[in-house]
Design a protein around this ligand. Structure first.
Ligand SMILES: O=C(O)CCC(=O)C(=O)O
Length: 245
């Protein structure tokens, strides 16, 4: 079990501060094997997934199926110790708001560069203070598989201007494309400029389960919509049962 001051945890915390993201390798958490097998099995049921309307080739697990399998998706956070590790790395207690299971198949367009938390036209968008996401990948990901990409350090370089963000993603050498193995994860600050890149071949398949976390449970109430409260309540119950600090 790692603790808050382990050199592993400290170096990931420094990475997260500097770059806005940090990669947690499968070998650094307790076993994810059963989880990954169950995820792959779920993915064989095409009726469990629905098309993302504006994103050809992108599917997400239906809300009713998320609820049916909530134990699978939530228990693993604690069993693998990735939840506690993420809290130690961020230096925060994290509160689940939602999760999405994305399947990307065939040729797909990029999602587009964006921050989840930002300030535009005198308005704040997203969660403040800016929160974190944890993506666990259910397949190997190469650059042309719709990999996740980040503009390194952009969570600390924000002029609240979309043209500046375009400049950062196109004109600097700060873009980092993640090549990962099945079972690897990435923890990132949602103020970071990020993207899912395009896939350019028909047999491409990418699986990612992305968990959203806030820094307090205040925000969970805003996410208790369309039966997502069942998932939040289940997470909170596990949290109080398992985490003693
Ligand atoms: O799927 C990805 O790699 C990126 C996901 C994303 O942009 C998001 O969760 O906001």
């Amino acid at each position: 079990m790692k603790n808050f001051f382990d050199s592993y945890v400290v170096s990931h915390r420094e990475n997260l501060f500097l770059n806005g993201f940090t990669i947690i390798k499968k070998k650094d958490v307790l076993t994810l094997d059963d989880y990954l097998t169950n995820i792959s099995q779920l993915e064989t049921n095409s009726e469990y997934f629905e098309k993302q309307l504006k994103q050809k080739g992108v599917f997400t697990l239906k809300a009713s199926v998320q609820q049916k399998y909530k134990e699978l998706f939530i228990d693993i956070l604690f069993k693998s110790n990735i939840y506690e590790l993420s809290c130690f790395i961020t230096g925060q207690k994290l509160y689940l708001t939602n999760f999405k299971h994305y399947l990307t198949t065939g040729k797909t367009k990029e999602l587009g560069w964006h921050r989840d938390t930002y300030f535009r036209d005198n308005k704040f968008h997203g969660i403040l203070p800016s929160a974190y996401k944890l993506a666990i990948y259910g397949s190997d990901i190469l650059n042309h598989d719709g990999c996740t990409a980040f503009v390194r350090g952009s969570h600390r370089i924000d002029l609240n201007n979309k043209f500046f963000d375009i400049f950062l993603s196109r004109m600097t050498r700060r873009v980092e494309k993640l090549t990962l193995n099945k079972g690897d994860s990435v923890l990132f600050n949602v103020n970071l400029l990020h993207n899912r890149l395009k896939t350019n071949y028909e047999s491409s398949k990418r699986s990612a389960i992305i968990y959203g976390f806030a820094l307090s449970n205040f925000y969970q109430n805003n996410y208790k919509i369309n039966d997502n409260d069942k998932i939040i309540n289940y997470f909170n119950k596990k949290l109080t049962q398992i985490i003693q600090w």
